[in-house]
Structure formats: structure tokens, C-alpha cells
Design a binder for this molecule. Structure first.
Ligand code: NAD
Length: 334
């Protein structure tokens, strides 16, 4: 299998899941937001599959893709490589469309030339935009509200067209809020800067003194704060292995939400971080921010039914593993 973006947070967890399921895996990553320490960490471990390593290369350079595909005949591609910060995408839309859309076009064209017709793609709940109802199922209208979400929706549409024209079969996995780290502490979340809530809360317990701002505690939710669906990264990696098997067994192009279906409020996340770290995390309540929906929760019934995927880990599991990883990550750069 070829895994693009396999030196990043979710991609590296998926590489481990594929290796544990006995696949041969090659990674292609430009190390833009991924980390060179990750392949070394994966190489040190034991698993059933065959890790052929991580090749440094860019999807924006077709020669880099050809070089990897000329070396090995891949059955399928698992495609994580993308830029994924919403605020940055609003500031630099051209960089996002080029990297996420043009990069994927280069990949799909190289796949055609090398007779690879199956791809699992990292899409996102951001393709839905403002929720019209919740929980959100796959039939929910897709009206993304930022360039990042739009770049992912464009790729979904391009994959439809490549399916009709050339027989490409694709599974688009629309993730909700991904959280946690590898329970063996081999890989984990490592974004610079970090924009996600849980790693930022955990980081603050090391740096000390940082007060968090909670935007809005007057929503119509169980404690007044926003509800989000935190899906554990190991569960997510398992879903990719199932999606790949689905395609290898002849499954047709489809899309699946990946979420637990059970949201947690912002206050619940803070309380769980305090429980796991044993530290008090100071919080200031501020007025609501525009554009923050009260509740974003996945209806994950389709992934359960068609892929046989059942998320098993809890929010506490995610926060515990993320905390363990944060400690290890700090020691890796010391
Ligand atoms: N983290 C989340 O909560 C979340 C939610 C929804 C969707 N996603 C999607 O999941 C995927 C992985 O996200 P992540 O959090 O692991 O991000 P990440 O930044 O940790 O990983 C992305 C990887 O892709 C590589 N990459 C980016 N552009 C590349 C290019 N042009 N050529 C080669 N490699 C390139 C980066 O170096 C990095 O290793 C992304 O497609 C993202 O949009 C993530």
C-alpha cells in the first residue's frame, strides 16, 4: 500500500494499523507538517507487515510520485497528505487549493498511469458546513464554509469524475474531531502550531499558568457549552483498514462519517483533562464566537453497517494516550 502523509498524526497511526494487519506499506510525505522522527519510531517497532519506509517527496511534484510508483506496484493508496488548518486556509486559500486539490490531481493521474484504481481518502466533517440537522449523516448537504472544507469537497467531486471516466473506486472517510494517540506511545499528534483543543489543554499543563477561554456557555446543550464528537485516532486507523479491505473486496465508491455519535461538551473535555493530569486548568468564560455551531455530532450508522466499524475507545482513553504521547514527544526534541 502507498500511504501519502504517513509521517503525520493520523497517517502514522494508520501505517501502524496497516502493518499490524500484515500489509506492506510505503509512505510518501514532504515532511511539511509531518516529522522525520516518525519513520524512525515505526521502524523500531515489531509488527506483522513489512514497512518499506518513508520517501520524502511532494505531491506537487509529479516526478516524486512517479519515482515511488515506478519502484513498487501498489494495489491501493491511502491518501492523508493535505494542509488542514481552517484559519490558515482562509488566510492563504491559494496554498490550500494548490496543495490539497492540485496535489491530489497529480496523485490520481499517477495512479492511472500505474494502473492503481483504489483509494481511501481523508475527507472531513468540514465539507458539511453549518449543520442543518444533527446527528449529521452522509446525506446531509455539503456546503463548506472555508477554503479547507471546499478543497476537500472538490477532491470528493474529482474522485467521482475519475470514477465515471476511468473506473477509480474511492472511499471518502469524513472525520469528525480526531483525538488521542497510539496506546503504545509510538506516534501521536504533533502539529506546529497546534490548533486542536485537547493537545492544547494538555500542553498548558506543562507550560503552566495559561488560562483558557471558553467561548459561550449559554448554548442549548446539557451544560451550555458546545458539543463535539471526539473520535479516537486508533479507532479511526482501524476504520481505514476496514475501508481498504472493503475496496479490495470489490466495494463500490462510497463515503462514510467517522465519529462516535456521542458528543462531549467543552466543559466535559476540560473536566476529563483535569482528571487525567491531576492538575487544575483555569478557564475564563467569554461570549459565543460567530460561526460555532452548538452541536456537531456524527451519525455513524453507515460505517458500522457497511464497513463493520465500531469505535471502542472513550474520551478518557483519548486524553490519557494524548497525555502520554505529549510527555514522550517533549523528550524526543530535548
Ligand atoms: N486531525 C483532524 O482532526 C482531521 C479532521 C478531519 C480531516 N483530517 C484530514 O486528515 C488528514 C491527516 O490529518 P493530520 O491531522 O494527520 O495532519 P498532519 O499535518 O499531521 O499530516 C498531514 C501529512 O501530509 C503531509 N503532506 C501535506 N502536504 C503534502 C504534499 N503536498 N506532499 C506530500 N506530503 C504532504 C505532511 O507533511 C504531513 O505528514 C488530512 O488530510 C486532514 O485534512 C484531519
Amino acid at each position: 500500500m502507498l500511504v501519502t502523509g504517513g509521517d503525520g498524526y493520523i497517517g502514522s497511526q494508520c501505517v501502524l494499523a496497516l502493518l499490524e494487519s500484515d500489509y506492506r506499506v510505503t509512505v510518501l510525505d514532504n515532511r511539511g507538517t509531518g516529522h522525520e522522527e516518525i519513520p524512525a519510531s515505526i521502524t523500531q517497532d515489531t509488527y506483522r507487515g513489512d514497512y518499506l519506509g518513508s520517501v520524502e517527496g511532494d505531491l506537487l511534484d509529479p516526478k516524486d510520485i512517479d519515482a515511488v510508483m515506478d519502484d513498487c506496484q501498489f494495489e491501493a493508496v491511502v491518501h492523508f497528505a493535505a494542509l488542514s488548518q481552517v484559519a490558515e486556509s482562509m488566510q492563504y486559500p491559494g496554498i490550500y487549493y494548490r496543495n490539497n486539490v492540485v496535489g491530489t490531481l497529480n496523485l490520481l493521474d499517477a495512479m492511472r498511469e500505474h494502473d492503481i484504481d483504489k483509494i481511501v481518502f481523508s475527507s472531513t466533517a468540514a465539507t458539511y458546513g453549518e449543520p442543518e440537522y444533527t446527528p449529521i449523516d452522509e446525506r446531509h448537504p455539503q456546503h463548506p464554509i472555508n477554503p479547507y472544507g471546499r478543497s476537500k469537497l472538490m477532491v470528493e467531486r474529482i474522485m467521482d469524475d475519475y470514477g465515471a471516466a476511468y473506473g477509480l473506486r474511492s472511499v471518502r472517510l469524513r472525520y469528525f474531531n480526531v483525538a488521542g494517540a497510539d496506546s503504545g506511545c509510538r506516534v501521536g499528534e504533533w502539529h506546529e502550531p497546534e490548533t486542536h483543543l485537547i493537545p492544547n489543554i494538555l500542553k498548558s499543563t506543562f507550560e503552566g499558568g495559561k488560562r483558557f477561554q471558553l467561548f459561550g456557555d449559554d448554548y442549548g446543550t446539557r451544560d451550555g457549552t458546545c458539543v463535539r464528537d471526539y473520535v479516537n485516532v486508533e479507532d479511526l486507523a482501524d476504520a481505514h483498514v476496514l475501508a481498504l479491505e472493503y475496496l479490495l473486496n470489490g466495494g463500490k465508491t462510497d463515503c462514510f462519517n467517522l465519529g462516535t455519535g456521542e458528543g462531549s461538551t467543552v466543559r466535559e473535555v476540560f473536566a476529563m483533562c483535569e482528571k487525567v493530569t491531576g492538575k487544575e486548568i483555569p478557564l475564563d468564560v467569554r461570549p459565543r464566537r460567530p460561526g460555532d455551531p452548538a452541536t456537531l455530532v456524527a451519525d455513524g450508522a453507515k460505517a458500522r453497517k457497511v464497513l463493520g466499524w465500531t469505535p471502542k475507545r472513550t474520551l478518557e482513553d483519548s486524553i490519557r494516550t494524548a497525555y502520554g504521547w505529549e510527555m514522550k514527544r517533549r523528550s524526543m526534541r530535548d
